[in-house]
Structures are given as C-alpha cells and as structure tokens.
Design a protein around this ligand. Structure first.
Ligand code: ZN
Length: 110
C-alpha cells in the first residue's frame, strides 16, 4: 500500500474490475471439462493449468501493484488487451515480438 497508489483512486477501481474478471476466469477453468463448452479453445488440460498459472501470477501482480505493466518493456498494457485477457503480462508490441521469436525458435529446433 504505497501512498502513490492510494492517491490514484481511479486506476485502483479499474483494477478491481480485472481482479474480479481474473477470479471468474479461474473458476471457469476449474470447472469440469464438460461444463465449459463455451471455452472450446481451452479444452486442453495443459492449457488449463497454464492459464491458471497466468491468472495466479496476474493476481499476484494486482496485489503488489505491478499489474497492467508490461514485464518486458515496462510500458502500460493497453486496456483493450487487459479487457480481453486480464492475465496478459506483455504489451501488444512485446507479445508480437516474443511470439515471433518463439515461432522462429520452434522452426529451428524441429
Ligand atoms: Zn512491452
């Protein structure tokens, strides 16, 4: 609880929204597979646990005040990205870069 954050009331309220959203996602992912027909893209159990880990990490960042900041470049992450995936830890630019690098690495190692 730093005074800097306490004075910035509006962003705290915005983050409460993301905290709620993250907990809802965690609940949905923890449901039995048959129950999340609306999450067809998450049917894979490995993906489920990977997502839960990301959600846990995001909740930790909310708790320690680093939520919404790109872990790579330190820039604010676009609200639109956080709205669609509240566990996002990179800004658009860094995510694109990392994805491209990962694809490149995969291509070379196979
Ligand atoms: Zn970034």
């Amino acid at each position: 609880m730093s005074p800097k954050f306490a004075s910035n009331g509006s962003s705290r309220i915005g983050f409460d929204r993301y905290a709620r959203s993250l907990r809802e996602w965690a609940d949905r992912v923890r449901e039995p597979l048959s129950d999340h027909h609306d999450l067809a893209f998450l049917r894979n159990r490995d993906l489920d646990s990977a997502l839960l880990l990301e959600i846990d990490n995001a909740l930790s960042r909310l708790a320690n005040g680093t939520y919404g900041v790109c872990l790579e470049c330190g820039e604010r992450i676009q609200a639109r990205r956080l709205d669609s995936a509240p566990w996002t830890k990179f800004c658009r630019r860094c995510q694109d870069l990392l994805s491209a690098m990962a694809a490149h690495t995969r291509g070379e190692s196979t």
